[in-house]
Design a protein around this ligand. Structure first.
Ligand code: 3PG
Length: 306
């Protein structure tokens, strides 16, 4: 049995060593392809593997086709929009994620983003505080809930919108439940996105929602760049000189956007939400354990292509 860790953006060494140990202790062969620069390298590396661990690496139909022995692919992380699930299912390959394992890292970054923007990106001048402001959380899942926890410590009011979480569950945690997305945006100084990138959510955050934000509102995106309707974002930033936007992973257009809107926008050059040693270890080791568990007991608990 051969397990490949294929990470264009590599895990920390401690995480890789931990994954290797789990794989080798189970009697399997370990291989790693890190910092690869072309899809061809991945295609070659998967040719003889039984299991694959990736981060945001694209597991396309081509990759699935090239991986003749592949039985399981685990996305070490939450969002699995990088996996071609239909291609996996067609080949009988089990696809999993490791939900919750890197959530705290992303949640801490969301708080960091809010402070960074409130303090003019740490440049001289008068900023503002988080205390007393309302934070609107769009999707109250593993990350959203942690963001709420951390934000409470800063004295923020928490509002959330999530059609998949019962209102009572959110209320029990002191969250003001937004009836609609419009309600969330109208009442939040900050909106923090924690939705996955799906056919329904892609391009869904645009003019209608952003233009409703209160004066000085700031959109915080540690989810996916694809959920933003960038043209409409630009339109609203032009119309509303008070609005701000910060994102983990800038789009190709970001240089032009940054030039036009200056300190009102910020984008990280490479997605860094889950870039902590702790998150690497949590997600990486969970992925390795899930693979061993799958091969030894058939456990498919975190399968996402059911
Ligand atoms: C996730 O979905 O888990 C995060 O976006 C982390 O992605 P990464 O592993 O590419 O950093």
């Amino acid at each position: 049995m051969k397990v490949l860790v294929a990470t264009e953006k590599p895990f920390s060494k401690v995480a890789v060593d931990g994954i290797r140990k789990i794989v080798e202790d189970a009697g399997y062969e370990f291989a790693a392809l890190e910092k690869y620069t072309s899809p061809e390298e991945l295609l070659a590396a998967v040719a003889d593997v039984d299991a694959l661990i990736v981060r945001s690496d694209k597991v396309t139909a081509e990759v699935v086709e090239a991986a003749k022995n592949l039985k399981i692919v685990v996305r070490a992380g939450a969002g699995f929009d990088n996996l071609d699930l239909a291609a996996c299912t067609a080949k009988g390959i089990v696809a999993m994620n490791t939900p919750g394992q890197n959530s705290n890292a992303v949640a801490e970054l969301a708080l960091c983003f809010m402070i960074y923007m409130s303090r003019n990106q740490l440049t001289p001048g008068t900023g503002s505080e988080l205390k007393g402001k309302t934070l609107g959380i769009q999707a109250y899942g593993n990350v959203g809930r942690l963001v709420a926890d951390h934000a409470r410590g800063f004295g923020m009011n928490i509002m959330a919108f999530d059609p998949f979480v019962p209102a009572e569950a959110m209320e029990k945690e002191g969250v003001i439940v937004a009836k609609t997305l419009e309600d969330l945006y109208e009442n939040s100084h900050f909106v923090s996105l924690h939705i996955p990138a799906t056919e329904q959510t892609k391009n869904s955050i645009g003019y209608n929602l952003l233009s409703r934000m209160p004066k000085g509102g700031c959109l915080v995106n540690t989810a996916r760049k694809e959920v933003i309707n960038e043209e409409e974002l630009i339109k609203v930033l032009r119309e509303r000189e008070d609005l701000k936007y910060i994102t983990d992973v800038a789009t190709a257009n970001h240089a032009a956007i940054a030039e036009e809107f200056g300190k009102r926008v910020f984008g990280t050059p490479k997605k860094m939400g889950a870039e902590t040693a702790e998150a690497n270890v949590n997600a990486g080791l969970a992925a390795a354990n899930q693979i061993v568990d799958f091969f030894t007991t058939g456990n498919k608990r975190f399968q996402v292509n059911k």
